[in-house]
Design a protein around this ligand. Structure first.
Ligand code: NAD
Length: 381
């Protein structure tokens, strides 16, 4: 099979979907690796390293897409890129289907088999393919560094001859993959950390990292069978906002990561609540691209309101391209090996991971939610 790795074209994207360290096993299985020249450059991997690992370097995106039987990518393709993918070929990468219906329509027309990395089921067997987790880990880590860089005080407790520096207090909202990594990173820097998440299972995870769990009565049905948070009632969110609001005058940094899969992020901090933070405090909103957890968040911008910086963090993994690419590439590689365990094997459509991740096949939307989305987008166009 010819596996194609194009250069990412999205603004600010520095990652690449494949790294040379993974080439050996594919070459041994007689797969051919085609790389668009320069695809790994921003992640610190040059064409020569890919070539030394056995890849063929291709001069243009059009040539790469025309030749590849399977495309490995980070960002969802643009409509133009989707139109370049060979008819009947396969695609592995993020697809963001709910904001990309036109791209999926191209996949249907061109009978492209589309595997969406964000739809890999969150089951133990698929953990090594879980790109949402690998990239969220990086985002959580980097969010703390962004806050530490911006804040007007240090994170650790320091006792010096010139006096004592008190530790920074960091409040983490949403303690999933990104939130837990933010807690761990802030603790390593010496901050006092508090955290909140509505899923009861999270309380012990937060405490095991040495952080304080902000206590309030938790809903019994906060979690789906897949481990995700459900959308919570307005009544619960109101009480949660009261609990958060009570903490804000005492914190220096807020890192918010609260999300509900496939939905707009819950609004947890209003403008009035921001005004309870001290001037100089920093709010890093990792949910910025999903609408933000703070009313003042603007994705990709930093807003300063009464001395408080609200940072609408976007694609933080792309600020750590070497490690982000290595982890993401390993996730894609593991999915590929699962789909094609032997050189001549074909994906098993009845397999749970295939059923979860595959959105389009043979000109049809095989995922029910995506089918509904495409039917309604066709109806409205
Ligand atoms: P996510 O990015 O969708 O959400 C981030 C966090 O926001 C979640 O912890 C969620 O509970 C929280 N949240 C939602 N509404 C909130 C609110 N109103 N206030 C505060 N927080 C709120 O989720 P994620 O981090 O990608 O994953 C969440 C969970 O999925 C994990 O913690 C884990 O339990 C499960 N998971 C399982 C596996 C696996 O292989 N078994 C892999 C990854 C994740």
């Amino acid at each position: 099979m010819k596996i194609g790795i194009p250069k990412e074209t999205a603004a600010g994207e520095t990652r690449v979907a494949f790294v040379p360290a993974l080439a050996g096993a594919l070459v041994r299985d007689r797969h051919e690796i085609l790389l668009e020249s320069g695809a790994g450059g921003r992640a610190g991997v040059g064409d020569a390293q890919y070539a030394a690992a056995g890849a063929t370097i291709v001069g243009s995106a059009a040539d790469l897409y025309a030749a590849a039987d399977l495309v490995l990518k980070v960002h969802p393709p643009t409509i133009a890129e989707a139109g370049l993918i060979r008819e009947g070929a396969a695609y592995i990468g993020f697809l963001a289907p709910f904001s990309n219906a036109p791209v999926l329509q191209v996949f249907l027309r061109r009978r492209i088999t589309g595997y969406a990395m964000e739809f890999i089921p969150r089951i133990t067997r698929a953990q090594s393919m879980d790109a949402l987790s690998s990239q969220a880990t990086i985002a959580g880590y980097k969010a703390v560094l962004v806050a530490a860089e911006r804040i007007d005080k240090m994170f650790p407790l320091l006792m010096t001859a010139a006096g004592t520096v008190t530790p920074a207090t960091v409040l983490v909202l949403g303690a999933g993959v990104a939130g837990l990594q933010a807690i761990a990173t802030a603790k390593r820097l010496g901050a006092r950390v508090e955290a909140f998440d509505p899923r009861p299972a999270v309380r012990d995870q937060v405490k095991s990292l040495g952080a304080v769990f902000v206590e309030m009565e938790l809903p019994k049905d906060a979690e789906t069978a897949g481990g995700y948070a459900r959308e919570l009632s307005p009544e619960f969110i109101r009480k949660e906002m009261e609990a958060i609001g009570a903490r804000l005058p005492k914190v220096d940094v807020v890192i918010s990561t609260a999300q509900v899969f496939g939905k707009k992020a819950p609004l947890l901090v209003t403008k009035d609540m921001v005004e309870r933070l001290r001037p100089g405090a920093v709010f890093v909103d990792l949910a910025a691209e999903q609408g933000g957890n703070c009313e003042l968040t603007r994705a990709g911008e930093t807003i300063v309101h009464q001395g408080v910086a609200i940072i609408g963090a976007v694609n933080l993994p792309a600020t750590v391209p070497a490690d982000a690419s290595a982890l993401y590439a390993r996730n894609c590689f593991n999915l590929f090996r699962h789909l094609y365990p032997k050189p001549d094997a074909q994906p098993d459509p009845a397999d749970e991971i295939v059923m979860g991740a595959c959105l389009t096949r043979g000109g049809e939307a095989v995922n029910a939610a995506v089918r509904q989305l495409l039917n309604s987008s066709q109806g409205s166009s």
